[in-house]
Design a protein around this ligand. Sequence first.
Ligand code: TLP
Length: 344
Amino acid sequence: MENLIDLRSDTVTRPTAAMRRAMFVAEVGDDVYQEDPTGNRLEARAAEVFGKEAALFVPTGTMGNTIAIKLHTRHGEEVICDSRSHILNYELSMMAWFAGCVARPIDTSNGILEWDQIARQIRPLGPHWAPTGLIEIENTHNMAGGTVYPMAMIQEIARGAAERGLKVHMDGARVFHAATALGVAVAEIAAPVDSVMFCLSKGLAAPVGSMLVGTKKDMDAGRLLRKRLGGGMRQAGVLAAAGLIALEQMPARLQEDHANARLLAERLAAVRGIQLDASKVQTNIVIFDIAATGRTAAEFSKRLKERGVLMNGISETQVRAVTHCDVTEQDCRDAVAAVAEVAR
Ligand code: TLP
């Protein structure tokens, strides 16, 4: 929304001028025949950047996760995930609807699963229970406030899973934020796991699109699942052109969003009635509690909007703010001033 400080999500970012120019001149073909040169280039480049054999361009992160779960599981299996994971809570139960699987959610304080917690929940086929089909980890973890998996924990999960013949899928919608926070390449984060979904359309500012990366065999099978889901996009090069710029040029500036999120968090923590531990903010997501203000999150959002600031409630008493390339440091300062007024 024009002239509002929009911190609802990094999905609200608009394509950059360079993206719009690239979209205008994009070379295209029919992607269902795999004849779209720009789409092919994006897939080849994503595979290269992530150090995987192949990649698949999908319209949304939800479709990428849905395809990955279907690829790695069989009907009637369980998917181990964190209880606040996106796949369980925000994807219209697609793991059940499409893959015929149920979630085995595990509670964590920070969205980060430890191998021991996972190992305790792994089940073989038995007379009563559904066998474990897949382990899913979300990096960064959205609803835990953009938390990052330490490399050693990913490696331990992948090692343990491989020993038990299980696959690991990473919902890396914001994996470039994780890489920025850790100061490592995304290929390093992707190396231990079997597949990664990442979004071009969030912090990287592309208008549309996510990628699934993994083995060539999985991506070939995934292409058919994408078609089944209605994701055969024909002249997708128009979108892939923006996606290529997102992939090549946008990760380098994410540090700025992290710095703005930290500033936001530190200042919000000083506002009376706002509860949050600013030291826990690692990337571009800030979640704070407003219970002490006596207002509900919905009411709080409405009053913020009257002051030109958009933030979404994620529970009765929690509000989420997400920084991105379309909000400045000054916007963040102004947003804190608006929160302070509403909290008063
Ligand atoms: N997240 C959106 C909403 O759906 C909550 C947001 O505003 O943060 N995985 C993760 C970790 C995500 O945060 C999202 C989107 C997705 C997957 C799904 O991506 P899309 O929206 O492209 O289907």
